[in-house]
Design a binder for this molecule. Structure first.
Ligand SMILES: NC(=O)c1ccc[n+]([C@@H]2O[C@H](COP(=O)([O-])OP(=O)(O)OC[C@H]3O[C@@H](n4cnc5c(N)ncnc54)[C@H](O)[C@@H]3O)[C@@H](O)[C@H]2O)c1
Length: 395
């Protein structure tokens, strides 16, 4: 059977996400397995070209992962008809302009979240992609986590009865960088002027997680904070943290479900995982982390009685039951790459479009507005593409 090849421009692969999740865990792994299998049994292989500013760095990265093509000239890569897809995992602030260039050249586009730092730019990119008719997609990796897939299965199996509430705890301590522990996240994350901030970083994830797993988001109340005002960057320089490093949000979802999510880079973990979601329903509850999930049906619910004079006698953890791993879960980034490749190669359905990404940016804006104005903000339906034609500031 004939094998097709798709030329793939990869921008931002020297970064944390680009290198680990997209180049190594996804594209190199797909190449090593001989490509992506299409519905007729044939394979489509990927021919990536890595793009970076530093020739030495990018050529070394290409060599290390068996990639033949690399360049420092993004425009030339976009102009080359050999390349079918443009992928971006570089800085968020540059993303809309780069996507626009690639779309104008007729490339299909796939990118990291958020698709832009503001809704105007996000919608404009959606409209351009839709008008040009190129395939488009955004990373929504959390949906592919085994823990969340288990929650989704429980919901589809009507395990919860009437779902009442969702409580999400996300976070861990990100070192300040000034007392012998270097920071384990890039310093731009803590500078608003560089596209940082935990609300921009995480609320775009929560949008698709809440919409897909628990109910569409209708309204948000959010309080942000910059708990650590100064940090030390990659070069050992002290800088002012101008972006939020924690946020405490409540969401009203379709069906009356109330979701609370705490997100913080300034909290120490005393829970099973870096993110956990507890879902309570009339017929049962579940708690999921990245991979595992435990349940408690209503008939298995213990009967605690409040008595501060007596030491607790119930081992609450022991009253939950694990959801077994009944299928083999793939790396979520790779699974989504394969879906997108099938979408490009044979028009397979694909739901994680730029428009879905724009919904995430919309919720970020609503959350920031809520924080600023100290009030609930309703989340309206996303404007249609034609309505979203306000030009970018640069025009
Ligand atoms: N899906 C997820 O869970 C997830 C997690 C973290 C980050 N992200 C997203 O991935 C993107 C990158 O984040 P990261 O944590 O990998 O950051 P990073 O700082 O590690 O990487 C940034 C990349 O952008 C490149 N870059 C920076 N400034 C540039 C410039 N002026 N010109 C050209 N290239 C430039 C860098 O060389 C590097 O390759 C962000 O948009 C972020 O929101 C997604």
């Amino acid at each position: 059977m004939t094998q097709r090849t798709l030329g793939l421009i990869m921008n931002g692969v020297t970064g944390r996400m680009g290198m680990n999740q997209h180049l190594i865990r996804s594209v190199a792994a797909i190449r090593a397995q001989g490509g992506v299998t299409l519905s007729d049994g044939s394979k489509v292989q990927l021919d990536p070209i890595l793009v970076g500013r530093n020739a030495e760095k990018i050529s070394a990265l290409a060599k290390a992962h068996g990639v033949e093509r690399w360049t420092t000239d993004l425009d030339a890569a976009i102009a080359d008809p050999k390349n079918d897809i443009f992928f971006d995992s570089a800085t968020t602030q540059m993303r809309p302009a780069l996507l626009e260039k690639a779309i104008a050249a007729g490339k299909h586009v796939y990118c990291e979240k958020p698709i832009a730092t503001n809704l105007d730019e996000a919608l404009r990119i959606c409209r351009l992609a839709e008008e040009k008719g190129v395939k488009n997609g955004v990373v929504q990796d959390k949906l592919f986590l085994p823990g969340l897939q288990k929650l989704k299965m429980l919901r589809e199996a009507s395990f919860f009865g009437r779902m009442l509430s969702v409580r999400g705890e996300f976070g861990y301590w990100v070192f300040e960088g000034d007392w012998g522990q270097p920071a384990q996240r890039p310093s731009w994350n803590y500078r608003a002027e560089d596209g940082g901030g935990i609300i921009l970083d995480m609320v775009c994830h929560w949008r698709y997680v809440l919409d897909n797993c628990f109910g569409e988001v209708k309204s948000v109340s959010c309080l942000g904070a910059t708990h650590i005002p100064e940090r030390v960057d990659e070069e050992g320089r002290r800088y002012r943290a101008t972006a939020d490093d924690a946020a405490y949000a409540t969401f009203e979802l379709e069906g009356g479900v109330i979701a609370q999510i705490n997100m913080s880079w300034t909290t120490r973990v005393y829970r099973d995982d870096l993110v956990t979601f507890q879902v309570d329903g009339t017929h049962g509850s579940a708690v999921a982390g990245l991979t595992d999930c435990v349940i408690q049906p209503r008939v298995g619910t213990p009967r605690p009685v409040w008595n501060p004079d007596q030491k607790q006698t119930i081992d609450f953890y022991a009253t939950w039951q694990p959801v077994p791993d009944t299928i083999a879960y793939e790396n979520g980034f790779k699974a989504q790459w394969e879906m997108f490749i099938r979408h490009v190669a044979e028009g397979a359905p694909y739901r994680y479009t730029l428009r879905e990404g724009a919904k995430g940016v919309q919720l970020v804006e609503c959350a920031l507005q809520s924080w600023k104005e100290r009030r609930w903000v309703d989340v309206p339906p996303l404007p249609l593409a034609a309505e979203a034609s306000r030009p970018l500031a640069a025009e």
